[in-house]
Design a protein around this ligand. Structure first.
Ligand code: ATP
Ligand code: MG
Length: 582
């Protein structure tokens, strides 16, 4: 289901101003819970959150929602937010991901100050708590195979069966667990399990696995460990060790909350974080799971994690999205308790709104057609003044050269125009933006192929833009670049990665094939574009509005030095604004 956010109360809630935090009409359910805790003086009135990514891929826009939420809540309540790498599964994790995650969180505008943590820093403590659970008779070493554990677990309708190893003595368990750590046993041959309740209606409580044997090199602890804690065990303890008060996670962990509580309640620790679940962000026309995104990267379907079509933070950055636009998007979608899919048009709307006041308007011709102005003196160059942004006069003006030869857009000319075509055709007059009115006098074609090679036009010197003599009105205004001054550019136009929506997005581990759904026309490269010379000194990452074409960003990954490469961030057509109006 695609939510029409107009009708979604959460949106209105999230667009509130600062205001009174105890007024429940203006707060979301997480804030309500925190307000209640503060009223009761819980946690000594501290608010401490964390963002806990697993370094097994690059962050995506869904993570941005979690980052904005966790860091945002901390800021709002004068609290703290930690960055913690949940690096408990070395087989999939890598330092490359750690670095990219830090870069992305910073770029989004958030700071963890000196509170950067790794779950792996707690391995010794986690081990100690496991020993405590064993001593209390609340954990045991189990020799069943993974397959057997699954079979013994039962189903939603059928209670599970106790492991034959469940009643091992504390001494035997302590000995076996120590030897697991010492590397005496094969990978997968034994696990440590919590002793909870095999008949619990909640499958997570049926003696869940806490530790597994896995000989894998860890990017921080090296080969020190051959047993690794499970997420459900490591996470609550890491939260408690850091004094986290509100552990905000996504909805799929709701059924894990009783286990989270069980772990905290059964170890000796002076801290009791509260797990709170919210609905994960799903977006139309893309996928939002690191596993599926990694597939696209590894199969070479896209050009890396930062391919501008990817919903990753690094992809959005390369595409030309700003941190402000992403934060605005996260604010508008709000937080809810039930899953839904947000229209990608809303994200596009947010970047348009941001760039509208920030980006200079410039002229770029993507598919050039030469125009010779026959009555304009050869060798003459005029410097025309052009405003940079009519929405933001403070951005000033710049100089554009005008000369006898210019390029216009191929589709701004038609030899045999249909009705209501107000652009250039034989005998018709149009204005060249910021310059003069020209009239098409002649079409020069290749005698063999019939291809249009150039147009011969005349200009009216009395019609200079802004001049008092300029009273003539024409319907068409075209963008153009001066031929001898233009700079070569490559322009990459993007379409959605997927044309359909991800039916399995509520279930990120759904088994559809990303490759099969991939939109093969999602990238169009235009190699012979021309842009105005003011762009010659523009820096990678800077954004412009190409008049009539949309917003473009200079690629941050320079592959060529002979041309400037632009990525189209978004077109000018705003379907979200239309949805809102209708
Ligand atoms: P993925 O399913 O994409 O691999 P994940 O949940 O495994 O994501 P983590 O690195 O564990 O990725 O996520 C870090 C934090 O970001 C978690 O608290 C998680 O709940 C949150 N998060 C992940 N995906 C989303 C999403 N789509 N919307 C909101 N929050 C998300
Ligand atoms: Mg995860």
């Amino acid at each position: 289901m695609i939510t029409n956010l107009e009708e979604n109360i959460e949106v209105k809630i999230s667009r509130r101003g600062a205001g009174d935090m105890t007024n429940t009409q203006n707060t979301n359910f997480i804030e309500n819970m925190i307000n209640e805790d503060l009223k009761q003086g819980k946690n000594n009135n501290r608010v401490h959150t964390r963002f806990p990514p697993e370094p097994n891929g690059y962050l995506h826009i869904g993570h941005a929602k979690s980052i904005c939420l966790n860091f945002g809540i901390a800021k709002q309540y004068n609290g703290l937010c930690n960055l913690r790498f949940d690096d408990t599964n070395p087989s999939k994790e890598d330092i490359e991901y750690v670095d990219s995650i830090m870069e992305d969180v910073k770029w989004l505008g958030f700071s963890w100050d000196d509170r950067l943590f790794y779950a792996s820093d707690y391995f010794e403590k986690l081990y100690g708590f496991a020993v405590e659970l064993i001593k209390k008779g609340k954990a045991f070493v189990c020799d069943l195979s993974a397959q057997e554990i699954r079979e013994y677990r039962g189903t939603l309708t059928e209670s599970g069966k106790e492991s034959p190893y469940r009643n091992r003595s504390v001494e035997e368990n302590l000995d076996l667990f120590e030897r697991m750590r010492a590397g005496e046993f094969e990978d997968g041959s034994r696990v440590l399990r919590a002793k909870i309740d095999m008949s619990s209606p909640n499958l997570n409580m049926r003696d869940p696995v806490l530790y597994r044997i896995m000989r894998a090199h860890h990017h921080r602890t090296g080969d020190k460990w051959c047993i690794y804690p499970m997420y459900d065990y490591a996470h609550p303890i890491s939260d408690a060790l850091e004094g986290i008060t509100h552990s905000i996670c996504t909805l799929e962990f709701e059924d894990h909350r009783p286990l989270y509580e069980w772990i905290i309640n059964n170890i000796t620790i002076n801290s009791h974080p509260q797990q709170i679940e919210f609905a994960r962000l799903n977006l139309t026309n893309t996928v939002m799971s690191k596993r599926k995104l990694r597939e696209l990267v590894e199969q070479g379907i896209v050009d890396g994690w930062n391919d501008p079509r990817m919903p990753t933070i690094s992809g959005l950055r390369r595409r030309g999205y700003t941190p402000e636009s992403i934060r605005d998007f996260c604010d508008r979608i709000g937080v809810a308790k039930s899953n839904s899919t947000v229209d990608a048009a809303l994200l596009e709307h947010c970047i348009r709104e941001d760039l509208n006041t920030k980006a200079s308007r410039v002229m770029a011709v993507l598919r050039p057609l030469k125009v010779v102005i026959t009555n304009y003196p050869e060798g003459k160059v005029e410097e025309l003044e052009a405003e940079n942004n009519p929405e933001n006069p403070e951005m000033g003006t710049r100089i554009i050269p005008f000369s006898r030869e210019v390029y216009i857009e191929q589709d701004d000319f038609m030899e045999e125009p249909p009705k209501k075509f107000f652009r250039l055709y034989p005998g018709n007059e149009v204005r060249l933006k910021h310059a003069y009115i020209i009239k098409c006098e002649e079409v020069v074609k290749d005698p063999e192929s019939g291809e249009i090679l150039e147009l011969r036009c005349t200009y009216d010197p009395e019609t200079k833009s802004g001049a008092s003599t300029s009273t003539k009105k024409v319907k068409g205004v075209l963008h153009w670049v001066s031929a001898p001054h233009a700079i070569k550019a490559e322009v990459r136009l993007y379409d959605y990665l997927f044309l359909d929506s991800d039916e399995t997005s509520d279930n990120p581990d759904g088994e559809d094939s990303s490759k099969a759904r991939f939109n093969r026309n999602s990238l169009e490269v235009l190699e012979n574009c021309l842009v105005e010379p003011s762009l010659s000194t523009a820096a990678p990452g800077s954004s412009y509005q190409f008049l009539r074409h949309g917003y473009f960003c200079i690629d941050r990954v320079p592959l060529r030095d002979d041309v400037i490469v632009f990525n189209r961030t978004v077109s000018l057509r705003d379907s979200w604004a239309k949805i809102q109006k209708s």
